[in-house]
Ligand binder design. Structure first.
Ligand SMILES: NC(=O)C1=CN([C@@H]2O[C@H](COP(=O)(O)OP(=O)(O)OC[C@H]3O[C@@H](n4cnc5c(N)ncnc54)[C@H](O)[C@@H]3O)[C@@H](O)[C@H]2O)C=CC1
Ligand SMILES: O=C(O)C(=O)CO
Length: 319
């Protein structure tokens, strides 16, 4: 099967792409600018992409295209409706990132709760050396034990975060999808987001980005949260409105936030969350998935998807 990988560089130079090359007749491009995409996929039966955007105009330019293999869980860069209308199958990667992403999510939560970056910066600036006593406690430290962790999006990653929250002795609650009944899931109470926002000490976002979840956490939602609350988003930029989050942190509507994802990546046109006057905000560059082990699992799964599609045995797809 003739396949084209449009942004192979996004998997890093320390992974072995051999399994994918064995699964298809694969042409590799490190990166692809939007204006290069149509020409590059013109003869392809399969397109592999991590973050290159594929719209109907691209599908129209690729008459042989039968499958899009996304080397990511999030598929918000693909026009799924247009693919479906043309009979093009879209398959993503699932359950490859849990260990590292859960670790990253808790790195942000713990760094915010313990004000790690502030204390490290203070020491670098000489505050401890000039201190009249043995320790410094300039930044309030929050204990997680007994605090309420609200998980928004209880899929593979949300479940991992919920379990780790439980290990920290947190009172873990799951935000129901709209229309989903309240109840219990895996021993955790599932309640409406409206009911959970005012009680959350930590809100961790793990739902996918779609038209239904864009701006789900907006200015109004942030206003209903505790002033002491922390918010972490390792899912997709745009689920939490960025300007509203910047404003909420500046106004003290919530106490801190950790964000691994932005609406535009890389943020070449700037972003409200990159301003340097926002208190207690940690931004990481979409690296929550990026251990070598997770990326290699991703390669293997994408190879399986290519091979299974060619053999007519692919059993799971998004479209
Ligand atoms: N920062 C990073 O490096 C990475 C980010 N991601 C992001 O994390 C997202 C989640 O990944 P997984 O957990 O593997 O996906 P998943 O598909 O297993 O889980 C998503 C969950 O969100 C729930 N959901 C959807 N809309 C909702 C709503 N309105 N309210 C509450 N729940 C809602 C779904 O029911 C589902 O349980 C991906 O879509 C991707 O965007 C994934 C991997 C790495
Ligand atoms: O898997 C995903 O959705 C990621 O964001 C990593 O590319």
């Amino acid at each position: 099967m003739k396949a084209v990988f449009l942004d192979a560089d996004t998997l890093g130079s320390d992974v072995d792409l051999g399994p994918m090359q064995a699964a298809a007749d694969l042409t590799l491009y490190g990166t692809s600018a939007p204006e290069q995409v149509a020409e590059r996929i013109a003869d392809a039966e399969a397109v592999v992409t991590n973050k290159v955007v594929l719209r109907d105009e691209h599908f129209a330019a690729a008459p042989d295209l039968r499958v899009v293999v996304v080397t990511a869980t999030g598929v918000n860069n693909i026009d799924l409706e247009a693919a479906g209308a043309r009979g093009i199958r879209v398959v993503n990667a699932i359950r490859y990132a849990r260990p590292v992403l859960v670790q990253h999510t808790f790195s942000l939560i713990l760094a915010l709760a313990n004000r790690l970056v502030d204390y490290v910066q203070d020491v670098r600036a000489g505050c401890w050396q000039q201190s009249p006593m043995f320790c410094r406690m300039d930044h309030p430290i929050i204990e997680l034990e007994g605090r309420t962790l609200v998980v928004l999006g209880y899929g593979d990653l949300g479940q991992g975060v919920a379990r780790l929250g439980q290990a920290f002795g947190m009172d873990v609650r799951i935000a129901a999808r709209p229309g989903q009944p309240e109840g219990e899931v895996d021993g955790f109470p599932r309640q409406s987001l409206e009911r959970l926002l005012p009680v959350a000490d930590v809100l961790s976002v793990h739902c996918l980005l779609s038209d239904d979840t864009r701006d789900l956490i907006d200015a109004q939602a942030l206003r209903t949260m505790k002033e002491s609350a922390l918010l972490v988003n390792t899912s997709r930029g745009g689920i939490v409105n960025e300007q509203a989050l910047a404003d909420a942190l500046r106004q003290g509507d919530i106490a801190g936030a950790g964000v691994d994802v932005l609406t535009q990546e890389p943020p070449v046109d700037g972003n409200p969350l990159l301003a340097d006057d926002i208190p207690n905000l940690l931004v990481t560059p979409h690296c929550a998935w990026a251990s070598q082990e997770a990326r290699q699992r991703m390669v293997q799964q994408s190879a399986d998807n290519l091979r299974d599609f060619a053999a007519g045995t692919l059993e799971r797809w998004v479209v």
